[in-house]
Design a protein around this ligand. Structure first.
Ligand code: ATP
Ligand code: MG
Length: 596
């Protein structure tokens, strides 16, 4: 495709780029486009059964994919992989990707989650255009199709107890056996199913089952349940229904009603594919759904070291208050990542890098952190922050005098310009940049040693003041007036240490949160351990740092590199005008790498 060849477009910062790396899913799509498999579909502009679609024009979308979250939790890093893949493929192939809320389960869904999902997909840089749908909007069609299946002899009402149902299903090695209700006539089944819908029966007394094969080698084909009685209020349809479709029945129908071509899901649904295909083939025969039918394609879900992605575990972390909420910057949720300072581009780059495969594997969290670092390195202006301040007094600098030093906003981007850093007699430096008795290989400040104050002067350390407890309260030095960075002759001074600083009179004290990995081990909860026991006790440290004055004007979500410390973002929730609170997104280097 011509657009792919545009050399000026940075592949990894364009939404959809994540889908461009060659993979088996692209091969399937390429073959389908080549064979013209989906070329003659019709699309009415809205989801609907075959009759409605046939009245529409030829579908302008070359492929249709979908991202189908269940609105029962916040999206996490695993969902980001699925979003980048589905929306990315649609963008790349001039198709459409639907955002579909899979809200067929009446019990757990909430509007709060729906809103958060919408925000997260937009934040990642994707848009569904007019294609936002609710699976619960299809309940009537699902019901009508079930009646058609009953009439055609493909479904029956079973009235066995839950225990009987379980016992008759058989095992992986033994066949199941037929229910005594399997021979009910279509008329009898239809009557019972309608009465189920009318609310005549209690939960669990009857189920509607597909009639396939109780001896099938695939347990999922042993007459799976497709409707159950559940007298529950649904967040969208209220009390209109007291029977609800099972996920395995609902999902293929949702895909077919929406003209989806490639229904991409995670590997655990592989064993469900025969039922997916069986169901849609029957519904196509009955004239219910549009053809050609969607195809299910499975890929390996994202597993990340040092991270838990299970919704159940994330809910536990939030409910037991191990973290501050769904948007806690340490959680692997997309709202958390956003607060942490991670970028959508970093996620898209990550998604591109890990690709899609057919076999389960673990990705080290450092791969995601590196992708974030790379993007932040390119885009974050540099600023100075002293996180653990101690005073540096320049004994030979005149009291009351001040001057400007110049610091580049980005070392590789001269076009971003330089900013003035005020210099005066008293500065803040990092406590660790001074040692009264230096260890071997220590090149920073110790009595008699000379270092450069980055972008400023060369100073020679004279000694320090200590309090009664022996703690260093100030370091003294003298400066070389002709050593100012950028002035002629300044580089004749050769020093090994180069430390950062801020002028005490010009800097301000601000809150900084140093976030680290939430879990201290690669596989939290491994070997049956309680995963809570694997929490990293040092995952959040709140400090008061001395910050370069310019940082006081940062707006929420502005991102910076604090030189020598890492990438930081002004917290989007807790920052106040003139008083941003900074969160550390990532350190400059991977401090967790083995062997360091
Ligand atoms: P649950 O099974 O508890 O509902 P879920 O993570 O599957 O959790 P869904 O809302 O059903 O949540 O997921 C929406 C989409 O995201 C699905 O298509 C699913 O395949 C995909 N998805 C979920 N987790 C991952 C993951 N770890 N890696 C890749 N894709 C994922
Ligand atoms: Mg799911």
């Amino acid at each position: 495709m011509a657009e792919l060849d545009k050399p000026s477009v940075r592949v990894d910062t364009v939404p959809g780029a994540g889908a461009r790396v060659n993979n088996f899913i692209r091969h399937i799509i390429d073959a389908d486009l080549k064979s013209g498999k989906y070329a003659l579909r019709h699309w009415s502009g809205q989801p609907g059964p075959a009759a409605q679609q046939k009245g529409g024009a030829a579908d302008a979308a070359r492929i249709r994919t979908r991202f189908p979250p269940e609105p029962n939790g916040y999206l996490h890093f695993g969902h980001a992989k699925s979003i980048c893949l589905n929306f990315g493929l649609a963008l790349d192939y001039q198709g459409a990707c639907h955002l579909r809320f899979d809200d067929t389960n009446p019990e757990k869904e909430e509007q709060e989650y729906v809103d958060a999902i919408i925000d997260a997909v937009h934040w990642l840089g994707f848009d569904w255009q007019e294609n936002k749908y609710l699976a619960s909007g299809y309940f009537q069609w699902m019901y009508d199709f079930a009646e058609k299946l009953i009439e055609a002899g493909h479904a029956y009402v079973d009235s066995q107890t839950a225990d009987e149902l379980r016992a008759s299903r058989g095992t992986l090695t033994t066949a199941g056996h037929n229910s005594p209700f399997r021979l009910r006539t279509a008329a009898e089944n239809l009557d019972l199913f309608r009465r189920m819908k009318a609310g005549e029966f209690a939960d669990g007394t009857h189920v509607l089952r597909a009639k396939i094969d109780m001896a099938s080698g695939n347990i999922n084909l042993r007459d799976p349940a497709i409707y159950r009685i559940r007298k529950a209020t649904h967040h969208n349809t209220g009390d209109a229904w007291c029977i609800y479709p099972m996920y395995t029945y609902a999902h293929p129908i949702e895909d077919a009603l929406e003209n989806i071509t490639h229904s991409i899901c995670t590997l655990e649904f592989e064993d469900q594919r025969p039922f997916y295909d069986w169901l849609l083939a029957r519904l196509a025969e009955l004239g219910c759904v549009n053809t050609p039918l969607p195809q299910q394609i499975e890929f390996a879900r994202l597993n990340l070291s040092y991270v838990v992605l299970s919704k159940r575990k994330l809910i536990q972390l939030v409910e037991e208050k191990h973290v501050g909420g769904w948007d806690d910057p340490r959680l692997p949720t997309l709202v958390g990542a956003r607060r942490r300072g991670f970028t959508p581009e970093g996620f898209r780059r990550f998604s591109e890098m890990i690709g899609v495969t057919k076999s389960d594997s673990w990705i080290d969290i450092s791969v995601l952190e590196d992708c974030q670092r790379e993007h932040l390195n390119e885009t974050a202006p540099r600023r100075i922050a002293v996180l653990d301040p101690v005073k540096l007094v320049i004994d030979n600098y005149p009291e009351g005098q001040e001057e400007e030093c110049l610091a580049p906003n980005h070392p590789q981007k001269p076009e971003w310009g330089k900013r003035p850093l005020p210099f005066s007699k008293e500065l803040w430096i990092e406590r660790e940049d001074f040692m009264e008795v230096p260890s071997k290989g220590y090149f920073r400040l110790f009595p008699g040693n000379t270092v450069r104050l980055r972008y400023g002067f060369v100073v020679k350390c004279l000694g320090c003041d200590k309090d009664a407890a022996g703690k260093v309260v100030a370091v003294h030095c003298e400066y070389m007036a002709d050593s100012k960075s950028g002035t002629p002759g300044a580089d004749t001074y050769k020093v090994k240490g180069n430390i950062h600083w801020v002028s005490a009179r010009h800097s301000y004290a601000g809150e900084v949160r140093l976030y680290d990995r939430l879990f201290a081990v690669e596989a939290p909860g491994e070997g049956g351990r309680d995963f809570i026991a694997d929490l990293n006790p040092d995952s959040k440290l709140v400090i008061t740092a001395q910050l370069e004055a310019a940082l006081g004007a940062a707006a929420a979500e502005d991102r910076f590199q604090f030189e020598r410390h890492g990438y930081f973002v002004a917290d989007r929730i807790d920052s106040r005008p003139g008083a941003p609170v900074f969160n550390r997104a990532v350190t400059l280097r991977d401090s967790w790498a083995k062997g360091k």
